[in-house]
Design a protein around this ligand. Structure first.
Ligand code: ZN
Length: 282
C-alpha cells in the first residue's frame, strides 16, 4: 500500500494487524460506543464494534532520501509487557511491500517517540548481539523524548526496550538527537504533538503543494477523530494529548492534508473532515 505526495512516495510495511483486545489501550471505545460511528467499518472496526489496529512502518522516498518512520516491535525481543509481543518471528524485513527498500538503502530512521512498538526494528539480533537493522542510516530521536526516558529509572518495561532497541544504536554512534520541529530535508519535517509522550512528534511531508501527515500516536485509532476526548491509557499526559488532538484535528479539517495513521488498519489514510460537532476520516 502506498501514497504519492507530489514527488514523494510513502509505503506502508505491516508487521501485525489485530482485531479486538484493544480495551486496555482505549477503555472508552466499547462496542456500544463504536457501532454508532458507522464510517469506522470495515477498515477500522468490525461488525461487532471491535477495533482493528495495525503496527506498521512507513517508508518515505523523496527524490534523494529514504526514510523509515517508526520501526514497529522487531523480532526476538523479550520481556515485553504484552505477551504476544515477545519472541516475534515475523517476515517484516522480507515483506513484498519492502522489496524496493533493502535495509542497507535506508538513510534515515525516525522514531515519533520511544515506545516499544516504534523502536523495535532499530535493531536485530545477530550472533546474540543487537545490531543496527539499517546499517547506513542515521537514527533521529527527539532530544526531549530521549532525555525523558533516560531519567525514568523506575519504568522497568521502558528500560528493557531502551536496552535492546535504542542503546545499541546510540552506542554505535548512529543517533542524532533533534528538536521537535526538526527539518530533515526539503520535503520532510517534524511537528511537535506532545501528550502521548513528552517529546512526541508527527511527520509532515510536503511536495509540489501537496501535503501529508504521519500521525504517530497522538491518535491511536480513528475513533479518536470522532471522539477527540478519548485518551489512550498509554498517554503520559492525557490532558495535553487531548489538547494536541483537538488542535491538530482543527488544522487538518481546514486543509487538504492526507492523514496517514501510524496504527490505523485497513486503508490507513484519508482526509479529516468536519462531521456535525466533531470529525471523521474520509
Ligand atoms: Zn504505538
Amino acid at each position: 500500500m502506498n501514497w504519492r505526495v507530489g514527488e514523494v512516495k510513502i509505503t506502508k510495511i505491516v508487521e501485525l494487524e489485530v482485531t479486538g483486545g484493544s480495551r486496555f489501550i482505549l477503555p472508552q471505545a466499547s462496542p456500544e460506543e463504536i457501532l454508532p460511528v458507522a464510517w469506522l467499518r470495515p477498515d477500522f472496526a468490525d461488525e461487532r464494534g471491535r477495533l482493528r489496529m495495525s503496527i506498521h512502518a512507513l517508508v518515505i522516498e523523496t527524490p534523494d532520501r529514504r526514510i523509515i518512520v517508526d520501526t514497529c516491535l522487531g523480532n526476538d525481543k523479550e520481556n515485553r509487557r504484552i505477551p504476544t509481543w515477545n519472541s516475534l518471528q515475523t517476515s517484516f524485513l522480507a515483506d513484498p511491500a519492502a522489496a524496493d527498500y533493502a535495509r542497507e538503502t535506508i538513510d534515515t530512521g525516525i522514531c515519533t517517540h520511544l515506545h516499544v512498538d516504534h523502536v523495535g526494528w532499530n535493531t536485530m539480533l545477530v550472533d546474540r548481539h543487537w545490531v543496527s537493522t539499517f546499517p547506513n542510516a542515521r537514527y533521529l530521536m527527539g532530544r526531549i523524548e530521549f532525555e525523558h526516558w533516560a531519567r525514568q529509572h523506575e519504568r522497568e518495561d521502558m528500560a528493557v526496550v531502551l536496552a535492546d532497541s535504542v542503546m545499541p544504536v546510540w552506542e554505535a554512534g548512529l543517533v542524532d538527537l533533534v528538536e521537535t520541529d526538526h527539518r530533515i530535508c526539503d520535503e520532510v519535517s517534524l511537528v511537535p504533538t506532545p501528550g502521548h509522550t513528552p517529546g512526541h512528534v508527527s511527520v509532515r511531508i510536503a511536495s509540489r503543494s501537496e501535503e501529508a501527515l504521519i500521525t504517530g500516536d497522538f491518535m491511536h485509532h480513528p475513533c479518536q477523530i470522532a471522539r477527540p476526548a478519548w485518551s489512550s491509557t498509554a498517554d503520559s499526559n492525557p490532558g495535553e494529548a487531548q489538547r494536541t488532538r483537538e488542535r491538530m484535528l482543527t488544522r487538518l479539517a481546514d486543509a487538504p492534508i492526507l492523514v496517514i495513521g501510524t496504527h490505523f488498519a485497513g486503508r490507513t489514510a484519508g482526509c479529516v473532515v468536519r462531521d456535525g460537532g466533531t470529525y471523521r476520516l474520509e
